[in-house]
Write a protein of this length. Structure first.
Length: 130
C-alpha cells in the first residue's frame, strides 16, 4: 500500500513539474512575440554612456540615459539591446524611469537588423564581462 501511495505521489509531482514547464514555455513564447513586435516597431537601442559606438546591455531597474544630456529617457520609452532583450521604461519609487516589463527574443538577427537601419552608424558589440 505504501508503494502505491508513493508511486502516486511521484506521478503527481512529475505531472506538476511537467505542467509548470509547459506553462513557463508558453509564457516565454508570448514574451518573445512581444519582444519581436517591439523590435519591429523601432525600439530605442541602448549604447554605452561612455562610448556611443559600443552597444550596451539592458539591466532591470536601471535607468537608460540620453547619451548627449545624460538625463534618463522618458517613462514609456521602449528600449532594446543587441542581445534580444526589450523593456519599457517605468518610474521607480524615486520617480526615475528605469528598465522594466522585460521581454526577450533569441532572434539576434532581428536586433542586428535594427542596428543596420541606423545609416552611417558604426557600433561595436563587446561581450559582457561578469
Amino acid at each position: 500500500m505504501d508503494s502505491l501511495s508513493s508511486d502516486r505521489a511521484r506521478i503527481a509531482e512529475s505531472t506538476a513539474k511537467t505542467r509548470q514547464l509547459v506553462e513557463s514555455a508558453e509564457a516565454e513564447s508570448e514574451r518573445a512575440k512581444v519582444a519581436i513586435q517591439r523590435y519591429q516597431d523601432g525600439c530605442t537601442i541602448v549604447v554605452a554612456v561612455s562610448s556611443p559606438k559600443d552597444l550596451a546591455t539592458l539591466s532591470k531597474g536601471e535607468p537608460v540615459l540620453d547619451r548627449i544630456t545624460k538625463n534618463p529617457l522618458p517613462e514609456g520609452t521602449v528600449v532594446c539591446d543587441i542581445n534580444g532583450s526589450t523593456a519599457v521604461l517605468k518610474s521607480n519609487s524615486q520617480g526615475v524611469p528605469v528598465a522594466d516589463d522585460f521581454a526577450f527574443t533569441g532572434n539576434r538577427e532581428l536586433a542586428l537588423s535594427l542596428v543596420k537601419k541606423i545609416h552611417g552608424a558604426k557600433v561595436f558589440y563587446n561581450t559582457p564581462e561578469k
